[in-house]
Design a protein. Structure first.
Lengths: 321, 274
């Protein structure tokens, strides 16, 4: 008893002896680390602002109404726009969503519900592998699978290639969001006598929806910026003109299905493809358009991200009341 | 009010007041894999009474409660042996429709778990499952259920706000309204007030007293005062040497708390049990 008291007070003595020095050292260390982390954060942000600023500076000059509404002019002739690339980007992205979202979401439901079955493990493993495959390899794969048998490049092939790139993101984010839904909600629904599918559709899916949609949007913003998988699939098409296809189709009294097939069945351009190709041209106005395309792509990605955040916050507020 | 209920459960209108065994188990055993979590449970739950299940942590109270509506089925590797008679019909048979069992035996959980939907949609969720589609029918069912759950006055002006915007106690009453909306015969409550403050707890207990005339209530609770306050019958559970839960005493709550037959029950209800 007395020994314990002595050793305790001895400790207190020792503590008192170097208290001032200890506190001073701690504060100094705190200051150094805070400065270091702050500096490195600024360092990490420099490239981002540099890229954004430079693209803005170079690209804004070439932006005009014509840039969005006109087709490219022949090489070396100033003027023209990239309407073909904007339309192609939209067509390819919509196709990619159609191919990637339904199977991706359903696979995620399965993997979230049965994580430890062989198929559930396979879903997770294969999406991990797929997300690691270089995008150019996916382009080549679709070239062999779709372009060669068809005998021509097409927006369809581009859409399929891009959908393979979106698939892992969609499956994994959807699965993670579904797993975040509290188990008690599932039980609450099942305890009312709801079957599993009904519980998934009416309780789990709405509860996870904002996160799932965010996953879609991020996948889309990434997919819209992909170049490599389109090189062997959509190829590029400076005369891609949906209005013209629709007009011709109407004149020839083709059905809606035929017109749609013609839209997706010919080679198409996209903004990243245009950026890449124009940047290699010797004509200054083409290089200018490259910068403008880069700016449009960047703004598009930014808008999608901002929209995703605003929407998630809106949903959260609405649900929390 | 009378006609509103007829479409869902005409049976309720003609229920007699005589007391009988609503739920009865015969040699019920519940296994998780090879581990026997519940052993030889024989209990008869009286209709339109509140039965409390008490006992130390890990003695299988919740497992027993969750076997009454076959929620244990959701735990992989679990299986049950023995009989669970609901109105004399064994619901622990392979061919039994689990959905119908769960409609007849509702459940309220420890933590309020309203769906992230509007108050209205939370209550209407169950009726919609069973095919009630007309807005007029749903409106009156929602109102009836919220009335019975003593929540109507607080939420009647904001039925289309999220259920998550309510306080914890209100959320739990919303969950009770949600369970009531499908006109169950038995309501299982798994420590329904464990996550609530004393005032909300009191409201839930009053609510149980108010609705027990329509339903048979089985409640699991850690709170001995609560069991003594609300229940008509009490079941005392404890684990045996093989860590299997057993029911060591069952009887009118009065007897269990004032004149227990088993020494372990006496120790537990008087707080001498560690």
């Amino acid at each position: 008893m007395s020994a314990g008291t002595v050793s305790l007070s001895r400790f207190q003595q020792l503590m008192a002896q170097n208290q001032a020095a200890r506190i001073a050292r701690r504060k100094a260390l705190n200051g150094v680390m805070l400065t270091l982390t702050g500096l490195l954060t600024v360092l990490a942000l420099i490239p981002l602002f540099w890229i954004v600023g430079y693209v803005l500076y170079k690209g804004a000059a070439a932006l005009s109404i014509a840039f969005f509404t006109q087709l490219p002019t022949p090489m070396g002739i100033p003027g023209g726009g990239v309407r073909n690339a904007i339309e192609g980007t939209i067509v390819i992205t919509v196709l990619a969503c159609l191919f990637a979202i339904p199977p991706g979401v359903l696979a995620a439901f399965y993997a979230a519900r049965y994580p430890n079955t062989p198929l559930g493990v396979a879903v997770r493993f294969s999406t991990d592998v797929l997300s690691g495959v270089p995008s150019i390899v996916i382009g080549l794969f679709i070239y062999v699978l779709v372009v060669q048998p068809q005998g021509h490049y097409s927006a369809l092939a581009g859409g399929i290639a891009v959908s393979l790139l979106m698939l892992p993101t969609i499956v994994r984010t959807t699965e993670e969001m579904l797993k975040l839904v509290p188990h008690s909600l599932r039980e609450g629904s099942l305890a009312l006598g709801a079957p599993e599918w009904k519980t998934s559709v009416s309780v789990l899916f709405p509860a996870a929806l904002s996160g799932i949609i965010t996953g879609f949007l991020l996948a889309i913003s990434r997919a819209a910026g992909e170049t490599a998988p389109l090189l062997f699939t959509a190829l590029g098409n400076e005369r891609y003109d949906i209005a013209d296809i629709v007009h011709n189709g109407m004149v020839q009294k083709q059905g809606a299905f035929t017109i749609l097939a013609r839209i997706i069945n010919q080679p198409a351009d996209s903004l990243p493809l245009t950026l890449w190709k124009n940047s290699q041209q010797p004509f200054p106005e083409r290089i200018q358009q490259s910068w403008a395309a880069a700016l449009v792509l960047m703004v598009l990605a930014l808008l999608i991200n901002v929209f995703a955040r605003v929407w998630v916050e809106y949903r959260r507020r609405k649900l929390q009341g | 009010m009378q006609t509103k209920l007829v479409e869902i459960a005409p049976r309720q209108q003609v229920r007699t007041v005589e007391t009988n065994n609503k739920v009865q188990t015969k040699d019920l055993q519940v296994f998780y894999g090879k581990f026997r979590a519940l052993a030889d449970i024989n209990v008869a739950i009286q209709e339109n009474k509140i039965t409390a299940i008490i006992g130390p942590s890990g003695c299988g109270k919740s497992t027993l409660l969750r076997s009454f509506n076959r929620m244990n089925d959701l735990t992989p590797s679990s299986h049950m042996e023995g009989e669970i008679l609901l109105d004399g019909m064994d619901v622990n048979q392979p061919g039994v429709d689990v959905v119908e069992v769960r409609r007849r035996v509702g459940m309220v959980f420890q933590r309020p778990n309203p769906f992230p939907k509007s108050i209205y949609d939370n209550v209407a969720y169950g009726p919609r499952l069973y095919g009630v589609r007309r807005k007029g029918d749903l409106d009156s069912l929602v109102e009836d259920s919220l009335m019975k759950a003593a929540l109507w006055d607080e939420v009647k002006d904001k039925l289309h706000q999220s259920g998550l915007s309510l306080s914890g106690g209100q959320q739990q009453r919303l969950c009770i309204a949600r369970a009531i909306a499908v006109e169950p015969e038995v309501i299982l409550m798994d420590e329904p007030a464990a996550a609530l403050d004393p005032i909300s707890t009191l409201r839930i207990e009053e609510l149980m007293h108010d609705i027990v005339q329509y339903y048979t209530i089985i409640i699991v609770t850690h709170n001995m005062q609560q069991a003594a306050r609300v229940s008509d019958f009490t079941a005392m559970m404890m684990i045996d040497d093989h860590r299997s839960g057993r029911m060591i005493e069952f009887g009118p709550t009065q007897d269990i708390f004032t004149n227990p037959k088993d020494k372990r029950t006496e120790d537990y209800v008087t707080g001498r049990f560690g």
